[in-house]
Ligand binder design. Structure first.
Ligand SMILES: [Zn+2]
Length: 249
């Protein structure tokens, strides 16, 4: 049940046939784990808190640096030196006191990650490196947790959705079986803020659609966004029957 304060707060959702009261109640019941509170995690967390996701868990081990402020829109100059998860938690509670927010101020190993996933309905991978992505993917496959992956570099973004509750879902490792450490990242290659912001925002949109029961057009697909032309390319991700993570290995 939604309180009068919630009915008012979410009135623009309630006007939508696609959300309505039942959709808003589903958002309230939802628990989302966001891993990485950088340029992707910032807009994703702000939108999901605003939308009324009832339980948000934030994970990151970093503190805020001045070079983050060009794109990580949760943070302000006064926040430099503070832990990203603590600042984000505070801002999310300021936006929406109706929801619960918990922070994990560390890099989670496989064991803790698996434990957290047993409590999460969906995970947003907002990290910036291949090693973390492979670890998160494996834990999501093992626990059958839906996973929305975002990535961005320079003027290009990527978006993927793997619903590991579904029998024949592909996984991140099917697409990138070579787990060699990637050499490109934002700190050595650069990034434009709105490019990473677009992808993080769409991770939030796919999350809201998931919980209100709208179909996703991006499951088992890789969407690539070109920030120069604003064109999108779409590639199907086929499940690899011999995938070391989701297949026969
Ligand atoms: Zn796989």
């Amino acid at each position: 049940m939604l309180s009068d304060a919630e009915l008012l707060r979410y009135s623009r959702h309630l006007l939508l046939e696609e959300v309505g009261q039942s959709g808003q109640e589903a958002l309230k019941k939802a628990s989302v784990l966001i891993i990485g509170m950088g340029g992707l995690g910032s807009p994703a967390a702000l939108y999901l808190a605003s939308a009324g996701i009832g339980h948000i868990v934030l994970s990151d081990f970093d503190s805020i640096e001045v070079s983050n402020l060009q794109r990580q829109i949760t943070y302000q100059s006064d926040d430099i030196g503070d832990a990203k998860v603590e600042v984000t938690k505070r801002k999310l509670q300021q936006i929406n006191p109706e929801i619960k927010v918990r922070s994990i101020n560390k890099s989670m190993g496989a064991e803790q990650l698996t434990m957290e996933l047993t409590m999460a309905d969906l995970v947003l991978d907002c990290t910036d490196n291949m090693e973390s992505r492979q670890l998160i993917n494996k834990a999501c496959v093992d626990t059958k947790t839906p996973l929305i992956v975002g990535a961005a570099i320079r003027l290009e973004g990527q978006l993927m959705f793997f619903d590991h509750r579904e029998e024949n879902s592909a996984c991140y490792h099917c697409l990138f079986p070579d787990s060699e450490e990637q050499t490109l990242n934002c700190s050595n290659s650069g990034i434009i803020g709105p490019v990473v912001g677009t992808i993080g925002t769409l991770q939030a949109l796919e999350t809201i659609k998931h919980f209100v029961g709208l179909p996703s057009g991006i499951k088992n697909k890789l969407k690539i966004f070109d920030g120069k032309t604003l064109d999108w390319q779409t590639f199907n991700i086929n499940k690899d029957a011999n995938c070391a993570v989701c297949g026969k290995g």
